[in-house]
Design a protein around this ligand. Structure first.
Ligand SMILES: [Zn+2]
Length: 315
């Protein structure tokens, strides 16, 4: 439990029961317009853990931004015990342009621990690493599927570290996936500093998915309740399925994809998952499940090239 009595962020002291909004300067646009990183701090009356909520590391992944926005606007981010730090849009540049990356072409989630004088992604990463991570105990980083992949609500965490599985079980999403920490990712950089961040994935980029948004809000509240930061949270209405191994099914041929499944479906070995046809109605290829499991994500792009990801199945 860190920072229980005196909580200081960017030179501001936040007392128990207080809320603070503070902007971290990142850089200016070529027009000289300043780009700030807006950060919200909500302190409960009583001591407790510090929980970080981040969204929009990928600027086009708007479900997470909406999850954090609703938690703030409905007053749910204010804990009774401990502190919530909320950063609804981490990659402000990408959000402005409906883009995953920053204008330097870099993926923020592969740019940690960052650099004070590096290109934009490194500068944003540097601020998070040096100004925010030292303040926290735990974190939830909200994402959606990339490209045209839609993810069923899930927490990704590294099963090698027991605390991560515990946090995921507190969140109790429909799916919990074993996911190794990737070099230069936010999650791994935080882990190296002894801080535990789990990743939530729900829906697809640039499209609101209300089920994923609601699961993200409810899971956050369940985790806050389990950490004794609040006293009430919605019960999970689903079974929480833990998946140790997952596999991708990719397109063998280019063509038009017609899915017969949806994210979250349970599939049986050899079940027909969809078809790939040519655009002229002459050939049809069947895509079958290699093994039984659950559909973690599905590609909604109708036009596929050979090798494109079709679906991610876990068991
Ligand atoms: Zn993402």
């Amino acid at each position: 439990m860190s920072q229980n009595e005196v909580f200081t962020i960017k030179g501001h002291t936040v007392k128990p029961g207080e809320t603070l909004q503070v902007d971290f300067k990142i850089a200016r646009l070529p027009t000289h317009t300043p780009i700030d990183l807006p950060v919200y701090v909500f302190r409960g009356e009583k001591p407790g853990p510090v929980l970080l909520l981040t969204a929009g590391l990928h600027g086009n992944e708007i479900n997470g931004i909406e999850i954090v926005r609703r938690l703030i606007s409905e007053g749910k981010a204010i804990p009774n015990c401990g502190t919530v730090i909320a950063i609804p849009i981490v990659n402000v540049y990408g959000f402005l342009q409906s883009e995953r990356y920053l204008p330097d072409g870099k993926d923020l989630n592969r740019s940690f621990p960052g650099n004070k004088t590096g290109s934009l992604a490194h500068r944003v990463a540097y601020v998070l690493m040096n100004e925010i991570i030292p303040l926290i105990d735990y974190g939830i980083d909200f994402h959606t599927g990339g490209a045209s992949l839609s993810n069923f609500p899930q927490i990704r965490c590294d099963f090698e570290h027991g605390i991560n599985i515990k946090l995921a079980e507190m969140f109790a999403p429909p799916f919990i996936l074993n996911s190794k920490m990737i070099d230069k990712s936010f999650r791994k950089a935080a882990h190296r500093n002894g801080k535990h961040i789990i990743v939530y994935e729900g829906g697809e980029s640039l499209r609101f998915d209300d089920y994923s948004i609601q699961e993200g809000i409810d899971g956050t509240l369940r985790m806050m309740k389990a950490l004794k930061m609040i006293s009430d949270a919605p019960e999970a209405s689903h079974k929480c399925i833990t998946m140790k191994s997952t596999s991708w099914i990719r397109a063998k041929y280019a063509g038009i994809f017609h899915p017969l499944i949806a994210p979250g479906d349970t599939v049986k070995k050899n079940q027909l998952l969809g078809t790939i046809t040519d655009p002229y109605g002459e050939t049809t290829y069947k895509i079958k499940a290699r093994e039984s499991g659950n559909v973690i994500s599905l590609n909604y792009m109708p036009v596929l090239n050979a090798g494109d990801a079709i679906t991610h199945v876990g068991k």
